[in-house]
Design a protein around this ligand. Structure first.
Ligand SMILES: Nc1ncnc2c1ncn2[C@@H]1O[C@H](COP(=O)(O)OP(=O)(O)OP(=O)(O)O)[C@@H](O)[C@H]1O
Length: 381
């Protein structure tokens, strides 16, 4: 586990600022939660810097929503501590209820009041009345890319995505210091999802609201957040910047959860992993000898020559790019590329991506090269 009590040394946020000197707004320390005999959270440590965005990502049932609800104050941890802006809100002898924490919460289904208009839903927690309230409602609707005329409608007259954006506007109305978003974009279709996500991220950043987004969509987590926390089986397996968790995942399961991964058997010698793709540089390898090497598909490129060859098995066309499955061949030895006796002898099938679908008909022989470093995991068991 790689969780840190304070913001991990100098993560850079979307605006390019470093977070090393920013105080923690939220600190979760050793939090555990059971439902009956099921241990759902098994000791979670998480720190979120003031004004920054953290995405908690993980498979369904890993405990993401449970953690978010504890931070909101909807239920209490069995043990551990939660502090907001330096003040303990849940601990051994402390309990601050949800309505006394300056926290906004947007649930998966939006949870709007069905009997109130959109405008009344948004204005629910506003101290304003009359004209001032309707002006503010209009501004908030605009923030979530909706026309002010929607204020008159009832929630059932909106699409799921529109309801979700109204729920966000309602949460923003109370100007919370911490915003908790539980899969708020999951009901939106692909294009609107990206646009809404960007608009919401921008709005929250401009307002300086510390934000936690729960999602099981890894691309969403990587694009939305300054910091990504990967949850697996009730624990945070890794916390770091999107770049670090994607390019240097702490274990194989995290690597495979965060995106496509090429995993090859390799022989680690010093800082080179010898595999069917040649000798791949690895920074700070955790083991020597037999290991698993991980590369991202986009690190494997088609070359014009060289010792690394493979034959196209089949392809999968996705429009802007094609996934090409390639069976690796034994590395051709020559004076410049002597083959190490530990080097695997080829035969593995890997998937890479290429923009040109025509280039890669099944049976075509291709030369390959690897760019960048690999990541090595010790063999399990
Ligand atoms: N109130 C509850 N009573 C009993 N079990 C619960 C309760 N809330 C959650 N659980 C269980 O705790 C586990 C974690 O649930 P949680 O909703 O936190 O997961 P999640 O990672 O948010 O999943 P998803 O992505 O599907 O929403 C699940 O096994 C769930 O069934």
């Amino acid at each position: 586990m790689t969780s840190q009590p304070t913001n991990p040394g100098g993560t850079t946020n979307k605006a390019g600022r470093t977070a090393g000197d920013v105080p923690d707004h939220l600190q979760v320390t050793g939090v555990r939660k059971n439902f009956g005999s099921t241990e759902v959270l098994k000791g979670v440590d998480l720190a979120v810097a003031q004004g920054r965005t953290t995405a908690i990502v993980g498979p369904s049932g890993s405990g993401k929503t449970t953690l978010l609800r504890l931070i909101a104050g909807f239920s209490a941890p069995d043990s551990g501590r939660i502090a907001l802006a330096g003040e303990e809100v849940a601990g051994q002898s402390t309990w601050v209820p949800a309505h006394k924490r300056s926290v906004g919460y947007v649930a998966q289904d939006g949870a709007l009041f069905p009997h109130l208009s959109v405008g009344a839903n948004i204005a629910f927690g506003l101290p304003l009345r009359g004209k001032a309230a309707s002006l503010r409602v209009g501004e908030l609707l605009e923030m979530v890319s909706m026309d002010a005329s929607y204020a008159k409608r009832r929630p059932h007259q909106l699409s799921g995505g529109q309801q979700q954006r109204v729920a966000l506007a309602r949460a923003l109305a109370r100007q919370p210091e911490l915003m908790l978003l539980d899969e708020p974009f999951s009901a939106l279709d692909a294009g609107l999802r990206v646009a809404t996500r960007r608009a919401v991220a921008q709005t929250l950043e401009q307002a300086g609201v510390t934000t936690i987004l729960v999602t099981h969509d890894q691309a969403e987590a990587l694009s939305f957040a300054d910091q990504v926390a990967v949850m697996r089986d009730g624990k945070l397996a890794q916390i770091g910047s999107p770049f670090v968790v994607y390019t240097r995942p702490s274990d194989r399961a995290t690597a495979e959860f965060l995106g496509d991964a090429v995993i090859l058997e390799a022989w680690m010698e010093g800082s080179l992993a010898l595999c069917s793709l040649g000798g791949i540089p690895v920074r700070r390898p955790p083991a020597q000898g037999k290991v698993n090497l991980m590369l991202r598909p986009e690190q494997i490129r088609i070359a014009s020559g060289g010792p690394i060859r493979g034959r196209v098995v089949d392809t999968d066309y996705f429009g802007p790019e094609t996934t090409v499955r390639i069976q690796l061949e034994p590395i051709a030895a020559d004076a410049a590329h002597p083959v190490d006796p530990h080097q695997p002898v080829g035969g593995e099938i890997i998937s890479i991506r290429h923009w040109n679908a025509m280039l890669a008909r099944p049976g075509t022989e291709l030369f390959l090269k690897v760019v960048g470093e690999g990541v090595v995991f010790p063999l399990e068991g």
